[in-house]
Design a protein around this ligand. Structure first.
Ligand code: ZN
Ligand code: ZN
Length: 333
């Protein structure tokens, strides 16, 4: 990584960074996308290709936010400079609140995604935490692959490598792609579907859900981003499964979210992703109002991964394209 160049060109003083993020939801539609994945995590395209697509779509401010990884940032930086797009460093960290934590407002396990923006990608504690997260993911993958083998739907390392990206990242979507290719699922997302006792739906089985990977505590993830000079932002709040359990309506979801935000703000959370490709307009509007009231920076992002989601999920196209259904939940990657 040409870190020196990244620092010089892309690290903004925090007040400028905050100003830039604050403007993101108010700029002309399509001008900003602060949530995109590359083949360095579970996306389809290399960063250069994403930047090119962003340029074609009229995006002027962009963040690459790979899951638990920073490897795509140097390539994104070079391409953004060539295409004259403003790039800020980005990452999406998986984190959790344990049920038994005294400050957990619901007394049950909560899994969240945290976006980090504008941090120093060479920050040592952040780099070390990301290396640790990779080991936790590999440990989970080993146990998951063993379960699949014992269930009679094993996949080999070679089959997995064939559907993985350009880096050494392997998440559940990669494993789902390998299952789909070998066992004839129509779509890899069927592995996450609600179907009992069949290969589609395999990731919904309780015994598979119990094969968890260790995650960063939310407090630690937020403090890592802050420590690296960045801005921590809660990703896609409407996909947090723990806020939608039991009987729930938009009002009860918002009330639960606000209680969660109070805790995350104490840890140092600075923003919330309000405009998002799977947030219906009424949800986005309610989140914008809540962000304003709680003094959180409202951000926007598409979460573009691959062409399968087109035309509904497209770089720079952020609101008004709800696809996940009322119970849409984030995949545990
Ligand atoms: Zn996410
Ligand atoms: Zn994402």
């Amino acid at each position: 990584m040409n870190e020196e160049l990244f620092l010089k060109e892309n690290l903004l003083p925090q007040d400028e960074l905050i100003e830039l993020l604050r403007s993101s939801c108010h700029r002309q539609a399509g001008e900003v996308d602060l949530h995109v994945h590359s083949a360095y995590s579970d996306g389809e395209f290399e960063p250069a290709c994403l930047i090119h697509m962003a340029k074609q779509n009229g995006v002027r401010l962009f963040a690459l936010t790979d899951h638990d990884g920073l490897k795509g940032l140097p390539e994104a930086m070079e391409s953004a400079a060539a295409e004259k797009i403003k790039l800020i460093s980005g990452v999406e960290l998986s984190a959790d609140l344990k049920a038994e934590q005294p400050d957990n407002p619901f007394g049950k396990y909560i899994s969240i995604h945290l976006l980090g923006y504008g941090f120093d990608p060479a920050d040592q504690p952040l780099v070390e935490a990301i290396a640790q997260m990779k080991l936790w993911r590999e440990d989970r993958n080993r146990r998951l692959l063993q379960y699949l083998e014992e269930t009679g739907i094993g996949i080999t390392k070679e089959e997995l490598a064939a559907v993985s990206g350009i880096s050494d990242y392997v998440g559940k979507p990669n494993i789902a792609r390998a299952l789909a290719a070998k066992y004839g699922l129509k779509n890899w997302k069927d592995a996450f579907a609600e179907r009992a006792g069949e290969t589609p739906g395999i990731f919904k089985r309780p015994e598979v859900k119990a094969i968890r990977r260790k995650k960063l505590p939310a407090e630690k993830a937020i403090k890592l981003i802050l420590g690296a000079g960045g801005v921590p932002v809660l990703a896609h709040p409407y996909k947090i499964g723990a806020l939608k359990e039991g009987a729930w309506r938009l009002e009860s979801f918002l009330e639960r979210l606000e209680r969660l935000l109070e805790v995350l703000k104490k840890y140092g959370l600075m923003g919330m992703e309000c405009r998002y490709s799977e947030h219906p307009d009424e949800v986005a509007e309610a989140l914008l109002e809540m962000a304003e009231r709680l003094d959180l920076i409202a951000t926007c992002g598409s979460d573009f991964h691959d062409l399968e989601a087109l035309p509904l999920k497209k770089i720079g196209k952020i609101s008004g394209c709800f696809i996940a259904g009322e119970n849409g939940e984030v995949y545990d990657d």
